[in-house]
Design a protein around this ligand. Structure first.
Ligand code: HEM
Length: 337
């Protein structure tokens, strides 16, 4: 589902980069990948393109601010979970910021749902093939709401939105169907997610019943934090754990869950990331296409600064910058975009 949107956004990214490549500028990849992710998600959710030619409309800015603030306060919230005393003293005003944030997020999402509802005034969702292809996530949820209003409430739809990231020749661009044939690309992505898991402590979980985990008694209501960042670096699970060695994943199938709980960038089991398959496709397609089209270089002699910042997703402190130029034999294809 949505593979044409992923492919289309990927081409747009490459097209813009090709257009700018003769400017000889350094490219800020954090910005490029943020725009790609935002456009992808918003087109799948609401058929909206938020970033266009480096311009963002007001709604897009509000959306981005909310996402960025959510990520920032989530990291601080983890500290509050460890130490309730910080909550009593109102550490960094986190709870207050969260209340304001939830209100702004709720308003924005309600606006998106209402706008979709207005365009489907008669509330009939015809089932023709074309209509099916053009449906967004909100359309699908609204049609479910028509059938099961008690279950599929507006609040549930908002929840779904909130939680909702070579060589194939020179005559065509890489597409998703090529990814299975590019095992090393998958190895590079796995190795990156091993050393730099986007959610280093997953999301806090709470046991709904008394249970026993690895021989330890876990009472009902206890918060459990899983630390993939540490698990991914345990020496008796991984040879030379701190080195970046994509080859270690050679021969491993695309199923990340098949690694005996060693590799957990998307969590595991019932509450693992529901977007794992899609995210692996997006990562493969974007990274693969950028490698297929452009030659890359560092900005200076310095190594890339990998210092990790705060927040739930452990962003790099210094955004990733690089120099690039199109491969000569890709220019023809790129010019036709
Ligand atoms: C590379 C990209 C991504 C990574 C590494 C990632 C990773 C994770 C992780 C580690 C969790 C917590 C799992 C746990 O606590 O056991 C999670 C949860 C979740 N993720 Fe992702 N995620 C990614 C992209 C996305 C995207 C694009 C969406 C939505 C479109 C999404 C939606 C969710 C949802 C809904 C949950 C909560 C699942 C639940 O609690 O049942 N993720 N993700």
């Amino acid at each position: 589902m949505f593979s044409s949107i992923r492919s289309n956004e990927n081409r747009t990214l490459v097209k813009e980069m090709f257009r700018d490549s003769n400017l000889g500028r350094v490219v800020d990849l954090l910005q490029k990948f943020s725009e790609l992710t935002l456009n992808l998600l918003m087109r799948m959710i609401a058929r909206k393109r938020y970033c266009r030619e480096r311009m963002m409309d007001l709604e897009a800015r509000r959306f981005l601010e909310i996402v960025q603030e959510s990520l920032a306060v989530s990291g601080a919230l983890n500290l509050l979970d460890y130490s309730p005393v910080l909550r009593w003293i109102g550490f960094k005003g986190v709870e207050k910021r969260m209340v304001g944030l939830v209100k702004r997020r709720d308003e924005l999402l309600q606006g998106l749902i209402d706008a979709h509802r207005r365009t489907k005034k008669d509330n009939t969702f015809d089932s023709g093939e074309e209509t099916k292809k053009r449906k967004t996530l909100i359309d699908v949820q609204l049609s479910l709401q028509g059938r099961e209003p008690e279950f599929c409430t507006d609040n549930m739809i908002k929840g779904i939105i909130v939680v909702s990231d070579i060589q194939v020749g020179k005559d065509r661009f890489l597409d998703e169907s090529d990814l299975e044939e590019l095992p090393y690309l998958q190895c590079v992505i796995n190795e990156t997610l091993r050393l730099y898991p986007a959610n280093p402590l997953l999301i806090p979980h709470e046991s709904s019943e008394d249970c026993t985990l690895g021989g330890l008694h876990v009472p009902r209501g206890m918060m459990l934090l899983v630390n993939p960042w540490a698990i991914h670096r345990v020496p008796n699970l991984w040879a030379d754990p701190t080195s970046f060695k994509p080859e270690r994943f050679e021969g491993v199938t695309k199923d990340n869950e098949g690694l005996n709980f060693k590799l957990l960038p998307f969590g595991y089991g019932r509450r693992s990331c529901p977007a794992m398959v899609m995210s692996m496709k997006v990562l493969g397609l974007a990274l693969g296409t950028l490698i297929q089209c452009f030659e890359w270089d560092g900005v200076g002699e310095e190594k890339v600064d990998m210092m990790e910042g705060g927040g739930i997703t452990m962003p790099k402190v210094q955004p990733l910058e690089a120099m690039y130029r199109p491969y000569v034999d890709m220019v023809d294809l790129l010019s036709r975009l």
